[in-house]
Ligand binder design. Structure first.
Ligand SMILES: C[S@@+](CC[C@H](N)C(=O)[O-])C[C@H]1O[C@@H](n2cnc3c(N)ncnc32)[C@H](O)[C@@H]1O
Length: 166
């Protein structure tokens, strides 16, 4: 047995209006109000207890439509190559995605969210609450991201997403 190989089973599916990876905004912060839902396998419904009290949740998921792995690439916001681990690009060795989305409400095993930057039909690995006490930081450096002006970040980050495509 290989002790560096692990198998994951998806615990649900993420649904969104995003049908084409090339036009999805690159982060939830550029996806104002875009709605999506997460359908959790019903066997995990008990695990949602208490989650309704959180305004934001992290979704961990599989970039299932990312075919290649690139250790260095030009991230969407940069014209310079960066290492994959200095980026949020999907072409990572384990293709793990993480999005911080707004939780609107929960109905049984279905979570309704906003600000979703994830392709429709994406397999879900995990959900965790955003906890300000644990997750908020001060005196932050953001490496090459700090060199990108806000207006460029907004225009590139939103990509061609148009509300009427929903
Ligand atoms: C830059 S990644 C960031 C995703 C996430 N917020 C993160 O930080 O891990 C966002 C891009 O991933 C791509 N994407 C989203 N869902 C995907 C999926 N299931 N398979 C492949 N690519 C996906 C889209 O092109 C989207 O614009």
């Amino acid at each position: 047995m290989n002790d560096d190989i692990f198998s994951f089973r998806s615990i649900g599916t993420i649904y969104s209006p995003h049908k084409e990876i090339s036009s999805i905004p690159i982060q939830p912060v550029f996806c104002n109000d875009i709605e999506g839902s997460i359908v959790l396998e019903s066997e995990y419904t008990d695990g949602l207890r208490g989650l309704e009290g959180f305004s934001h949740i992290y979704l961990f998921y599989y970039f299932h439509e990312s075919g290649k792995v690139c250790l260095q690439l030009k991230p969407y916001l940069s014209d310079q190559e960066q290492g994959i681990f200095a980026s949020r690009a999907p072409h990572r060795p384990n293709k793990l995605g993480m999005s911080l989305v707004r939780l609107v409400n929960i109905e049984n095993n279905v979570l309704h969210v906003k600000d979703i930057d994830i392709l429709d039909g994406t397999p879900l690995f995990d959900i965790k609450p955003y906890i300000q006490r644990f997750d908020s930081r001060e005196n932050v450096r953001s490496g090459w991201q700090d060199t990108i002006p806000d207006d460029i970040a907004i225009s590139r980050g939103a990509r061609e997403y148009k509300a009427e495509e929903m």
